[in-house]
Write a protein that binds this ligand. Sequence first.
Ligand code: SF4
Ligand code: SF4
Length: 81
Amino acid sequence: ALMITDECINCDVCEPECPNDAISPGEEIYVIDPNLCTECVGHYDEPQCQQVCPVDCIPLDPDKRETHDELMEKYHRVTDK
Ligand code: SF4
Ligand code: SF4
């Protein structure tokens, strides 16, 4: 899963781009639900939120590394496909 760092400027550009509805406004900055983020696997070749974030504050979460197969399983789970 990806994560949003405290450099987030709350611009709301990423939220509508997420195909899994994994992004939401948190208490101070936007947050990604790691149970929903497939790193866009199953939907797109590239993480869509990373593509649009103007301040480049959405890295891979080092504590939530997943293999492509695991991300694909999550995709099937969250999309019911
Ligand atoms: Fe959503 Fe894709 Fe960003 Fe994960 S990488 S939060 S699935 S847009
Ligand atoms: Fe924050 Fe980047 Fe999302 Fe804007 S696009 S809300 S700066 S994470």
